[in-house]
Design a binder for this molecule. Structure first.
Ligand SMILES: *[C@@H]1O[C@H](CO)[C@@H](O)[C@H](O)[C@H]1NC(C)=O
Length: 141
């Protein structure tokens, strides 16, 4: 009886570990640190929510499960530049930068306490400075 329970427990653990590995291998990063960029056609992911720098320069949040990938939120900067990237600056300002180094969009929120981190959640992104103070929040309804 002891052996049966032990074997069952081991099987359950193996299944849980494999589900965890599967989730890891299919998830994109959900954070961006100061100095890091998210380049064209790449995404951050939190659950079903993707924050993507589209090739048209629009930064778009969409829920994967929605039909036709209807956008939850966007910067509406489509065609404002080419090969745009999302960049979190040392001062916490989050910018969309074109390949001609033009800032096409930004949160306009800065902190003296950089560097900072952007955390994507399924309903919002948060930018927090090195003292854990919230610098910017954008809901992604
Ligand atoms: C982004 O994806 C589009 C569509 O697949 C493609 O035409 C374009 O070359 C890609 N751009 C980059 C910078 O990867």
């Amino acid at each position: 009886m002891m052996i049966t329970i032990s074997t069952f427990t081991q099987i359950v653990f193996v299944v849980i570990i494999e589900i965890g590995m599967l989730a890891d291998s299919t998830s994109l990063p959900s954070t961006l640190h100061s100095g890091q960029t998210l380049t064209t056609n790449n995404s951050l992911q939190a659950g079903n929510l993707f924050l993507t720098v589209q090739s048209d320069c629009n930064l778009v949040a969409y829920s994967n499960g929605r039909p036709n990938k209807v956008a939850n939120w966007a910067t509406n900067t489509n065609d404002h530049g080419k090969n745009c990237v999302l960049l979190l600056l040392q001062n916490c300002n989050l910018i969309v930068l074109s390949d001609t180094l033009r800032i096409v969009w930004s949160t306009k929120k800065t902190s003296k306490n950089g560097p900072c981190d952007l955390y994507l959640r399924e309903d919002a992104f948060y930018i927090v400075d090195s003292k854990n103070i919230l610098v910017a929040k954008q809901t992604l309804p």
